[in-house]
Design a protein around this ligand. Structure first.
Ligand code: SAH
Length: 344
């Protein structure tokens, strides 16, 4: 079954022509979907009834059911939980920044990478999301929250580079003028460091922003929280980041979650500074969101500040992430996991 949300306008035109429907109907359909957020053939009243009947049979539209909507008290984050056609659920978060609204979306149901700090993988990997299932996450925000979307980050549940083809097709689709018309510079992707896929991405020639989840400055420390280190170790991941920068000119961001007694000692700061010295990169420090009980805790404020200060003093560009979402469990699969817990 073809999913209308996965189609470019050109692809839709080809389907319409096969069905004996005129090409310009594709413009009308795209205006309904992307301009007016109408997701029901019967409401597309500019289309002749006979065309709608053909399309209902040939291209049935499934738009996900909204299962939950959570808004932080300060209104800075809005999170939606959506039900997919097979009953699986996916969560997606809108973050209001001073430069505009950014959507943090999911690329898979569950995740296979199994990082110790992350709620997404707790119940294992379920399946990849299709192109259309990523598109509807954006459309859901447009329909239910605001039409005004500035950027997209694929940093929600899942490892995007293990769903490579769909993620790339999705990014190309939302770049098109008839859909969201988003610039590649307003799209970012976060990976746990799947080295061959980072190289493949670098070769696409798209100016996407790449974030790499590092979280540990040595193999021994990173392995404790990211078992993937056994496959792609710290030097290999950073070398891939360097190649990405060389190929695209886009500065790589390294994400580094700060976890008490694991990776935020002075020795870790020193090692991290040594690794990054002289590189044109950014380090994004993220105090762990410890709502989800995995036994990993947030360091004390002064440890966090000392870690950031050490890097800054050595000329390493560093930001401390504003902690949006922790109060509404917006981080990383927490809403989906909680619902599953409530149901069982
Ligand atoms: N699989 C991809 C994208 C999903 S995770 C990746 O690994 O990058 C993306 C980011 O979510 C992590 O780098 C981290 O910044 C954040 N994250 C995950 N679990 C978190 C937690 N418990 N607390 C704070 N941030 C978390």
């Amino acid at each position: 079954m073809i999913d209308i949300f996965s189609l470019t306008k050109t692809a839709l035109e080809a389907i319409l022509l096969q069905q004996g429907i005129r090409r310009f109907r594709a413009d009308q359909i795209f205006t309904y979907i992307y301009g007016r957020h109408v997701f029901d053939w019967d409401e597309m009243i500019l289309l002749p009834k006979k065309d709608r009947d053909v399309l209902k049979a040939k291209l049935p539209i499934y738009f996900p059911r909204l299962l939950a909507r959570q808004e932080a008290a300060d209104g800075e984050t809005v999170k939606l939980l959506l039900e997919l056609h097979d009953g699986e659920t996916v969560e997606t978060v809108l973050m209001k920044h001073d430069y505009g609204n950014s959507v943090c979306l999911s690329s898979q149901v569950g995740c296979a990478v199994n990082c110790a700090f992350c709620a997404s993988a707790k119940n294992g990997f379920v399946r990849n999301l299709s192109v259309g299932e990523m598109v509807v996450q954006l459309l859901a925000f447009r329909k239910y929250v605001t039409p005004d979307l500035h950027s997209v980050v694929i940093m929600g549940t899942g490892e995007p580079l293990l769903n490579y083809d769909n993620v790339l097709a999705f990014l190309r689709l939302i770049h098109e003028k008839d859909t969201f018309y988003l610039g590649y510079r307003n799209m970012a992707l976060s990976t746990s460091g799947i080295v061959p896929a980072v190289d493949r991405l670098a070769a696409e020639g798209l100016p996407l922003t790449l974030a790499i989840s590092l979280h540990g400055p040595t193999n021994a420390i990173r392995r404790q929280i990211m078992p993937l280190t056994d496959t792609y170790d710290v030097p290999a991941v950073i070398a891939a980041g360097d190649r990405y920068f060389a190929a695209t000119g886009r500065k790589v961001t390294y994400e580094y979650i700060l976890i008490k007694n694991v990776n935020c000692t002075p020795a870790c700061a020193e090692e991290l500074a040594r690794l990054m010295k002289g590189k044109n990169i950014l380090i994004n420090l993220i105090p762990i969101n410890d709502n989800y009980d995995v036994g990993l805790r947030r360091p004390a404020r002064r440890e966090i500040d000392a870690f950031a200060r050490y890097l800054k003093e050595r000329g390493i560009p560093v930001t401390l992430r504003r902690e949006m979402g922790s109060r509404i469990r917006a981080a990383c699969g927490q809403l989906r996991i909680r619902r599953e817990q409530e149901e069982s």
